[in-house]
Design a protein around this ligand. Sequence first.
Ligand SMILES: [Zn+2]
Ligand SMILES: [Zn+2]
Length: 133
Amino acid sequence: MSARKVVLVVADHARDAAECRQFLAMLGLALPTPKRKPGRPPVDHGHGDHRTYQKGCRCDDCREALRQYHAELRAKWRQDPSSADRAGHGKSTTYRNHACRCTKCTEANRVATNEYRARRRQRAALAETGGAS
Ligand SMILES: [Zn+2]
Ligand SMILES: [Zn+2]
């Protein structure tokens, strides 16, 4: 029996996650770590910090911290024309985040906006037909 199957069997018989983990520990098996842990994981910088968000926390405080961090970063970039050079031209992100309006970035942003609109139209059309193609 593969370890994966053992985990499934154990999970089937355990009353809860704690018991399941206990069974697996007795068998010498570790539970596969879930991608996103429920609740707030222990963190270095505390919640309401963009670094915590980047570590994978998606709580409201961390989301808000990231939003503010990006807003500050963008404001800083706009003050510094060389930041667009560092980010590289010909990208819609350079157009948006660094407020670069050179020909390359403007064109990249135009393409990205068109693609975005096309995707939205496609989704709207799919929703109308009930998702059937
Ligand atoms: Zn958090
Ligand atoms: Zn540019």
